[in-house]
Design a binder for this molecule. Structure first.
Ligand code: NAP
Length: 341
C-alpha cells in the first residue's frame, strides 16, 4: 500500500477578531492511497480549493450562525475541485472529476454525499470552485429567484468586484437593469466599469458620506440592493431604497470579524418604503443546479459573461489567500491551486 505525504492546512485554535495567516499552520501528514475496507467514501486528490468568507464564521467557537465550527488541530473544510482516486460509492469511479466539500490538504477521504460530478470539462476546472458551483448558484438564485428583477430596475451591488458581485452585476445588465457597484480600490472600480459592464462604480473607502454617494448614482432610488457587506453600507442604502424595493441579503462580510456587530440605525425605512428584505443561502437552491448550468454554460462558452479569478499557487499559500478576503486583497474569485490532475 502506498503511503504518501499529505500536506494540510490546520486551524490552530478558534479565532477572535480578524483572522491571520498565523491562525493556521502547514502540516506534513501522511495518507495511504487506498480506501479503508468496506468504505463507501471517496478518496480524492484535491486540485483547487475555494476561499470563502463563511469559512471565517466556522473559525469561531460557539457561533450563533448555526453553520457549525471547525475543529482546532484539524484541516479546514471547504469547497474544492478534486479527482477521484478510489471510489466506494456506486455513483463515482476512479478518474471522475468532482466539486464539493473537501478538506484543505493534498488528498482527502470524504463522504460522496457532499460531491457533485463534473460533466462539462470544456471550461476551466477552477470555475467549479466559483461560477459553476456554489458561488454562481448564489448569484443566480439570489438575484433571479429572490430578487425577481425587472428590466429597468435600479440595482446596487456591494463587494461588487468579488466572486459573487462580479456575476450579479452582469446578470443585472443581461436583464436590462441599471447597475452600480461599490468596491474597495480604484483598480476594482475600473474593472467594474470596464470589464464587468457596471454602469457606474465607486470606491466606498474614499466616500466619507455613503448616503451622498448613493444619491449621486440613484437619483430615483434603488429597486434592488444585493447585500454582500452589511454595516455602514446597509445603513446608507436603507433611506435610498424605492417604495417596494428589495434587499437581497447574501452576506455581511464587514461584520464577520467584529466581536460586537455594528448597529443599523435606518431600519424604519423598511416600513416607510415597504421594503422586502430577505436572507438566503446557496444550499437551499441546490435543486436549481441543473437549470443554472443550462443558463450559465452557454454564456461562458459564447463569451457573454466575464469571470475573473485570483489564483494563489500552492496549498502553503492558502492561509494568506483566505485571510486576504477580509482586507480586499482578492480581485475576483479567490482560488487556491493545489495540484494538476
Ligand atoms: P468576495 O467578494 O470575492 O471577497 C470578499 C470581498 O469583500 C473582499 O474582496 C472585499 O472587497 C470585501 N470586503 C472585505 N471586508 C469588507 C468590509 N469590512 N467592508 C466592505 N467590504 C469588505 O467574496 P464572495 O465569496 O463573493 O462573498 C461575498 C459575500 O457573499 C460575503 O458576505 C459572503 O459571506 C456572501 N456569500 C453568501 C453566500 C450565501 O449562500 N448566502 C454564498 C457565498 C457568499 P473590497 O476590496 O471591495 O472591500
Amino acid at each position: 500500500m502506498t503511503q504518501v505525504r499529505n500536506k494540510q492546512v490546520i486551524l490552530k485554535d478558534y479565532v477572535s477578531g480578524f483572522p491571520k495567516e498565523s491562525d493556521m499552520n502547514i502540516a506534513d501528514s501522511t495518507i495511504t492511497l487506498k480506501l479503508p475496507q468496506g468504505s463507501n467514501e471517496l478518496l480524492l486528490k484535491n486540485l483547487y480549493l475555494s476561499c470563502d468568507p463563511y469559512m471565517r464564521i466556522l473559525m469561531t467557537k460557539d457561533t450563533t450562525a448555526g453553520l457549525g465550527a471547525y475543529i482546532p488541530g484539524s484541516p479546514l473544510i471547504g469547497y474544492g475541485v478534486s479527482k477521484v482516486m478510489e471510489s466506494g460509492h456506486q455513483d463515482y469511479k476512479k478518474g471522475d472529476l468532482v466539486w464539493g466539500m473537501t478538506k484543505w490538504e493534498e488528498y482527502s477521504l470524504v463522504p460522496a454525499t457532499g460531491m457533485c460530478k463534473i460533466e462539462h470539462t470544456d471550461v476551466p476546472l477552477s470555475h467549479y470552485t466559483g461560477i459553476l458551483a456554489m458561488i454562481g448558484l448564489t448569484a443566480y438564485a439570489g438575484f433571479f429567484e429572490v430578487g425577481t428583477p425587472k428590466k429597468g430596475d435600479n440595482v446596487f451591488v456591494s463587494a461588487a468586484a468579488g466572486a459573487v458581485g462580479q456575476l450579479v452585476g452582469q446578470f443585472a445588465k443581461l436583464t436590462g437593469c441599471y447597475v452600480v457597484g461599490s468596491a474597495g480600490t480604484k483598480e476594482k472600480v475600473d474593472l467594474l466599469k470596464n470589464k464587468f459592464g457596471y454602469d457606474e462604480a465607486f470606491n466606498y473607502k474614499e466616500e466619507h458620506d455613503l448616503n451622498a454617494a448613493l444619491k449621486r448614482y440613484f437619483q430615483e432610488g434603488i429597486d434592488i440592493y444585493f447585500e454582500n457587506v452589511g454595516g455602514k453600507t446597509l445603513d446608507a442604502v436603507l433611506p435610498n431604497m424605492r417604495v417596494h424595493g428589495r434587499i437581497l441579503v447574501c452576506g455581511m462580510i464587514s461584520q464577520y470579524n467584529l466581536i460586537q456587530p455594528e448597529g443599523i440605525t435606518n431600519l424604519a425605512h423598511i416600513i416607510y418604503k415597504r421594503i422586502q428584505m430577505q436572507g438566503f443561502i446557496a444550499p437551499d437552491y441546490y435543486h436549481f443546479y441543473t437549470k443554472f448550468l443550462e443558463f450559465i454554460l452557454p454564456l461562458i462558452r459564447e463569451g457573454k459573461i466575464v469571470y475573473v479569478e485570483d489564483i494563489a499557487k500552492g496549498l502553503e499559500n492558502g492561509p494568506k489567500a483566505l485571510v486576504g478576503l477580509f482586507s480586499g486583497h482578492n480581485v475576483g474569485k479567490q482560488v487556491v491551486f493545489v495540484a494538476h490532475e
